[in-house]
Design a protein around this ligand. Structure first.
Ligand code: GLN
Length: 454
């Protein structure tokens, strides 16, 4: 813990941690020492973690990287972080992210972007987003692991960009209670780690059924670590042809082929599959995500949480709402609130939101059919590119940024577990990631397949 705290102090340029909690960390570390001495060492005992700023942490500022939550100090702890602390984990501080987890570059953060530690100096790179601070902190050894959340790829894409592991569990595996909501039917929290084994241990500690989240699943949480046998003989790995998209760099295709060969060498059977509705996933996601976000963001009204705009004489409650939301939300969050309100409005509901829900059902059916045909796990690239320079994507064209989520959003629409792990380096020496998608609730099998690729 002390080593991490001093590493964090020296790594201010990465802008990964936005709020440090050294006193809490030292207290938790001392308690972990005592538990160790008493011979009671739970799974995460004494492991120093960074916590994404989307998790409510009791008594510790939680802003979701937004101005509108300035000054908000939760009186409660999210179930996922509480589970980690109960398992002995130590909190070093809160991590940078895109505002309300909306983004793929960490550039929508009120704190400015976290920086990818793989290349410092002149042309800084994005660590990805929205869990960019989590990925940067893990990759730069500022913490042993971090929490992340994933609504459309926000753990897997940053993991791919930083050479780390990010696991998005099956929808319902980890309680969403106390995590600031983006799109409630898509959001899941999970571990961001250096290795698959670390992810297995941390996921086991985070997951639980929770009476406070009605969508959390009443299912036993397996011992994920002991599932890492490396034995995948006879397993069937699906390679979806729709993920071979135009313009994908040859280097990514080559690493995908290398991953396929590794799984085949380990005794798995490789099967070409089709997920025909994949091409509709991005438009469906960018309707459903903003629709749910616009509803979730309604609570930030200047009354209940955080920031309230200064008012002029004669301003009433409507002016208070308007001014607070206009200055409290950044441009990307405002864009999503407007898109979401539009697609949910009476005249457009059927044309956009309802149609997107139908597309979502078809995307889920594609996966269901593949699994029913005996596929155990699906292997794809995690992203269509390596990390790109800050200031070149989101700032220039938000739609261009949305396209970066092409391989990841299907999984959230279908509620499936998936992970990204390092696949190798490109010709510039930057990490690239592969994605494995699993059957519902089979995080154990998913992690075991991943362990073969490590
Ligand atoms: N990049 C996607 C978005 O901007 C995903 C974000 C996420 O998973 N939280 O919506």
């Amino acid at each position: 813990t002390d080593a991490c705290l001093s590493a964090i102090e020296q790594a201010g340029a990465l802008n990964a941690f936005v709020h440090n909690t050294p006193d809490i960390a030292r207290r938790q570390a001392a308690a972990a020492d005592q538990r160790l001495q008493a011979g009671d060492a739970p799974a995460m005992c004494g492991i120093p973690l960074g916590i994404k700023d989307l998790f409510c942490t009791k008594g510790v500022p939680t802003q979701a990287a937004s101005r509108i939550l300035q000054g908000f100090v939760p009186e409660y702890e999210s179930t996922a972080t509480q589970n980690l602390f109960d398992a002995g984990a130590v909190m070093l501080g809160k991590l940078n992210m895109d505002e309300f987890a909306m983004g793929s570059t960490n550039e929508t953060s009120v704190y400015g972007p976290a920086v990818n530690p793989w290349r410092l100096g002149e042309q800084q790179l994005t660590p990805g987003g929205s869990s960019g601070g989590s990925a940067a902190a893990v990759a730069a050894d500022l913490c042993l692991a971090a929490t992340g959340t994933d609504t459309g790829g926000s753990m897997r894409q940053p993991a791919a960009f930083t050479g780390t592991v990010g696991v998005k569990p099956t929808y319902g595996r980890v309680s969403r209670w106390g995590i600031v909501a983006f799109a409630s039917s898509l959001d899941q929290a999970g571990p961001m780690t250096k290795t698959v084994r670390d992810a297995a241990i941390m996921l086991g500690a985070m997951a639980s059924v929770d009476p406070k989240d009605s969508t959390s699943a009443d299912r036993p949480v397996p011992d994920y670590e002991s599932a890492l046998t490396g034995d995948i003989r006879g397993k069937r790995i699906g390679i979806p042809r729709e993920y071979r998209i135009d313009g994908m760099p040859a280097e990514i295709e080559a690493l995908w082929q290398q991953g396929i060969a590794m799984l085949r060498d380990a005794g798995a059977e490789i099967v070409d599959i089709s997920l025909p509705h994949t091409k509709y996933a991005l438009p469906a996601y960018y309707v459903i995500g903003p629709a749910e976000a616009s509803s979730n963001l309604a609570r930030y009204d200047g009354v209940r949480y955080g920031h309230r705009a200064p008012l002029a004489a004669g301003d009433g409650i409507n002016e208070m709402y308007e001014k607070t939301r206009a200055e409290g939300f950044g441009p990307e969050v405002q864009r999503r609130a407007m898109i979401g309100t539009y697609v949910l409005s009476a005249g457009f509901y059927d044309a956009y939101y309802n149609r997107a829900r139908k597309v979502r059902a078809l995307i889920k059916r594609d996966f269901d059919e593949a699994f029913a045909a005996g596929i155990d796990t699906i292997l794809t690239p995690a992203t269509p590119s390596a990390a790109f320079p800050l200031g070149t994507m989101h700032a220039v064209d938000p739609v261009q940024m949305y396209l970066n989520d092409v391989f990841t959003v299907t999984v959230n629409l279908a509620g499936l577990p998936a992970l990204a792990l390092p696949a190798g380096l490109d010709s510039q020496g930057l990490p690239l990631g592969l994605q494995l998608i699993g059957r519902p609730w089979d995080e154990a099998g998913l992690l075991n397949h991943a362990s073969v690729l490590e």
